[in-house]
Design a protein around this ligand. Structure first.
Ligand code: GNR
Ligand code: NI
Length: 172
């Protein structure tokens, strides 16, 4: 297992659309391990492959409470097959936009079809924080970030702050 570096905005890699995974093989299982290690170390409750510069349709999650046992989940080629009309608001954050948090409204419940780490087709219905996280991670695979749901003023402000930081640290 290897901890990978997490890509921060405004890196354009975060705006790329990830490609479907054709076969769930040993390389994909090793990637899932690296992504979970990176997510736990951050620490975060989710991580999409594009956040470590891998443009494949896969994300990992663990929304277990801090005092509960670990519950790592891996979603390969995920697709939302249903979303509730009911919406809910969560204060979201993103490891690619460190220390910035804002409320985002999304469907309260979703059904998601995906392949698991054994390549088996699965479908689950999720609510609460899990539903929010699944939507946040699936957005990453389509090059979308949670700040895209905010006003242009807020989004421009945060992009500007991180662009300036990237220049100072020579990462852009
Ligand atoms: O660690 C994370 N916390 C979080 C909180 C509310 C809604 C979504 C998230 S996902 C985020 C990790 C991340 O950036 N995943 O892409
Ligand atoms: Ni994120």
């Amino acid at each position: 297992m290897t901890k990978r570096d997490i890509i921060i905005i405004p890196d354009p890699v975060l705006r790329e659309v990830c490609k479907p995974i054709v076969t769930v093989d040993a390389d994909i299982r090793a990637l899932a391990d690296d992504m979970l290690e990176t997510m736990y170390a951050a620490p975060g409750i989710g991580l999409a492959a594009s956040q470590i510069g891998v443009l494949q349709r896969m994300f990992v999650l663990d929304v277990a409470k801090e005092d509960a046992p670990k519950d790592p989940m891996v979603f390969i080629n995920p697709e939302i097959t249903w979303e509730s009309e009911e919406l809910s608001v969560y204060q979201e954050g993103c490891l690619s936009i460190p220390e910035y948090y804002e409320d985002v409204e999304r469907p309260a419940m979703v059904r998601v079809k995906y392949q698991d780490i054994d390549g088996q087709q699965q479908e689950i219905e999720a609510g609460g924080l899990l539903a929010t996280c699944i939507q946040h991670e699936l957005d990453h695979l389509n090059g979308k970030l949670f700040i895209d749901y905010l006003s242009k003023l807020k989004r421009d402000r945060v992009m500007k702050k991180f662009s300036k930081l990237a220049k100072q640290t020579g990462k852009l």
